[in-house]
Design a protein around this ligand. Sequence first.
Ligand code: GTP
Length: 386
Amino acid sequence: MKRKVLLMGQSGCGKTSMRSLIFSSYRAADTRRLGSTLDVEHSHVRFLGNLVLNLWDCGGQQSYMDSYLEKQRSQVFSTVGVLIYVFDLVGAEGGEEGQTEWERDLRYYKDCVSALYQYSPDARVFCLLHKMDLVDKSRRASVYSQRVKELRRKSREVAHAAGGGKEGFRVHCFATSIWDESLYRAWSRIVQTQIPSLGVLERHLQLLADTCCAGEVVVFERTTFLVIAKAAGSTSTAGALSSSFERSTLTSPSGGFTYDEEEEGMEGFRDAQGRQTSTAGLGSGFGSGFATHHDTPASTTKPSGLDPERFEKVSELIKNFKLSCQKLPAKSSQCEFQAVELKASNFSAYIDSLTSNTYIMILVTDPAVQMASVKLNVQLARDHFE
Ligand code: GTP
């Protein structure tokens, strides 16, 4: 099954960087030496065995953009499954010049969405407000929400101009940076929309979680380590907590702000001050989340302390660990990442391969559960999931 994914945005906004990080094992610092993309760079990424992402990295220089919208219009915008439009937020801090840049970006975005509306009306549209690390922390939440509002307005204008009185595309936005796990979160969410039978996979994971008495179970794609699916053990209050929490409140790692996913499109960033959201690291994300969820103020149904980006943090950590393994001297180049076991005072986690295309992470908070039995269950489940 093939899915055409258009990666668009103005030159230098970071398209090739994110592609290289997610799909080609680059580190963030390596992207500084990337040159400008000439025209369109095509790549086919096999994902989970039978899903092939046909990535079109569309060079963002003005002459190319004009050509996509005119001469190559039908070729570029036909049969698209997903449009990922990347905005460089550097301009957001750049005063008048920044505003002009943003407006130019918006015009191109509107033209691209318009072309997509014409040729691939069923496509999904994702906007990445990128290089968030370069925006001053105190302004991130307001910059994000303001930009998202404008993007939604533009998208509605396109539908209106098309005369159908339709709602237009539902635009999903993410704040991203190559310097933290926000990029993994965005891309995980994007690819999840393209995976058929995700619900079935999640139901089976739920069974496995219950069999292992696990708090949470997460499946990662093997090469990208993007989060594919997850389930919370039904016997675990922590697990139930995590899934309801994830649906309601998300925390960005790079700024301590949150956005609300219940409002479609994840557009409503809010200042996290006064809430008990956490931007803590992996350990405390897991640990304190499980340990302190009863402390959540009754006034909010959104529990605290559990880092909603904890799985993407794992993605980033393991990906870097795998890269470190590969960098070992030639003689030991056979050294490949296989499995990891983590132990903390209030939880244990076990990561191992599940199928030929995936890894699984099982998280256990009950001290009575033996890791050996979890491993055995994973071993027995392999054929079933393959
Ligand atoms: P074209 O190929 O010309 O369309 O550009 P592009 O959108 O592919 O940009 P590219 O990925 O080449 O990135 C341009 C520069 O932005 C590189 O120096 C990257 O290191 C830098 N960059 C990419 N993402 C980020 C980010 O999240 N934060 C920061 N600070 N820099 C980034």
